[in-house]
Design a protein around this ligand. Structure first.
Ligand code: HXC
Ligand code: NAP
Length: 297
């Protein structure tokens, strides 16, 4: 009889399949690189010799990103930037160029999300998530590409997505729609900018819990069951696993991979049941009362 053993644990953080110095002399620009998965991705580039530029809104997040890169010994510059604002992005790229060099890698990691039943979602809540997650990702990609087209230099863009881009995401209608846009945009941009030497890929994390997750998302996760046993891998992701995938895609060994979205989730998004489990509404999953038609519009 086969015991359930799940997928093996990965090597420890600090290990790498790529050669030391793979990104020596290169600048890597990571949006939202001061928290969670963005910080994890930035750390793997830092270990491989890159200089890091971390861009996001909040000073405490930027400080955390700077400290993490300095602990690894990588050159780092942090810059306040709201990716909804193209001028703010252009200014952040100017700082990157002035401090290090034109970034050769852009990690479009920043995103916005909170769980809310669709019928309760205000127009501004929808707009805010789509503006950060989809519009912001495009604005950063456009800034990066325009500078490389002008300079005649190659580059690599990685757009961090989510698997509900394919399936829909009950409780996350705004984010799921925005991430579907990100996946589709990745495919378009890879074709448009391939002739100019710019590789564009998507990278989809499965469930990677971490201490920086917003209170809304942590609360939603905690309300339900243990996370490991409900994954086909019998475990959640460890941050370095996403960072390794990102560094591979942007490395010389991933150069012919473009327009692809790589999922790192232990097959969780393909999960189906032999027999259907009972349907539970998003309101019930979130522990909410019945819909109030006089509530927020
Ligand atoms: C309903 C909400 C809400 C909530 C905010 N809003 N939180 N509506 N439920 N929990 C509404 C507000 O009421 C407002 O609408 C609108 O959204 C904008 O809110 P602001 O606070 O003014 O926006 P802003 O200051 O720009 O902040 C953006 C944010 C915030 C998205 C609301 O959470 C944020 O900064 N998030 C960044 C980090 C993040 O989201 N990380 C998650 C990535 S994880 P009204 O109508 O009142 O004006 C991920 C995948 C995780 O994507 C998957 C896990 C399973
Ligand atoms: P997180 O810690 O909340 O990170 C989000 C980052 O985005 C923060 O650093 C935030 O920094 C930045 N950000 C948000 N709005 C911004 C804006 N307007 N301008 C600039 N930066 C902004 O979340 P995470 O879990 O690491 O998620 C990282 C990526 O992975 C996201 O794309 C997310 O959708 C994806 N993802 C995560 C999981 C998971 O299990 N964790 C699963 C699927 C997909 P500031 O607040 O300082 O601006």
């Amino acid at each position: 009889m086969a015991d359930k053993i799940g997928l093996p644990a990965p090597p420890m953080p600090g290990d790498s399949a790529l050669k030391p110095g793979t990104f020596d002399g290169q600048t890597v620009f990571v949006t939202g690189g001061g928290t969670g998965l963005g910080k994890g991705i930035a750390s793997e580039f830092a270990r491989l010799g890159a200089s890091l530029v971390i861009a996001s809104r909040k000073p405490d997040h930027l400080d955390a990103g700077r400290e993490a890169m300095e602990a690894i010994g990588a050159p780092v510059h942090v810059v306040a930037c709201d990716i909804r604002d193209p001028d703010s992005i252009a200014a952040a790229f100017d700082e990157a160029v002035a401090t290090f060099s034109l970034p050769s890698v852009l990690i479009n990691n920043a995103a916005a999300n909170f769980p809310v039943p669709a019928e309760d979602m205000s127009p501004n809540a929808w707009r805010t998530v789509v503006d950060i997650t989809l519009n912001g990702t495009f604005f950063c990609a456009r800034e990066f590409a325009r500078r490389h087209l002008a300079a005649g230099t190659p580059g690599s863009i990685i757009n961090v997505g989510a698997s509900y881009a394919w399936t829909g995401g009950p409780g996350f209608a705004h984010s799921a729609a925005a991430k579907a846009g990100v996946k589709n945009m990745t495919e378009t941009l890879a074709v448009e900018w391939g002739p100019y030497g710019i590789q564009v890929n998507g990278l989809v994390p499965g469930l990677f819990p971490h201490e920086d997750m917003t209170a809304d998302i942590q609360g939603n996760l905690k309300r339900t069951n243990d996370k490991d046993p409900v994954q086909p891998a019998l475990r959640v992701g460890q941050r370095q696993e996403l960072g390794w995938a990102a560094t591979f895609l942007a490395s010389p060994y991933g150069r012919f991979i473009s327009g692809h979205t790589l999922t790192v989730d232990g097959a969780n998004w393909q999960r189906r049941h032999l027999t259907n489990p009972e349907v539970v509404t998003v309101r019930d999953q979130m522990g909410m009362g019945p819909f109030d038609p006089d509530g927020k519009r």
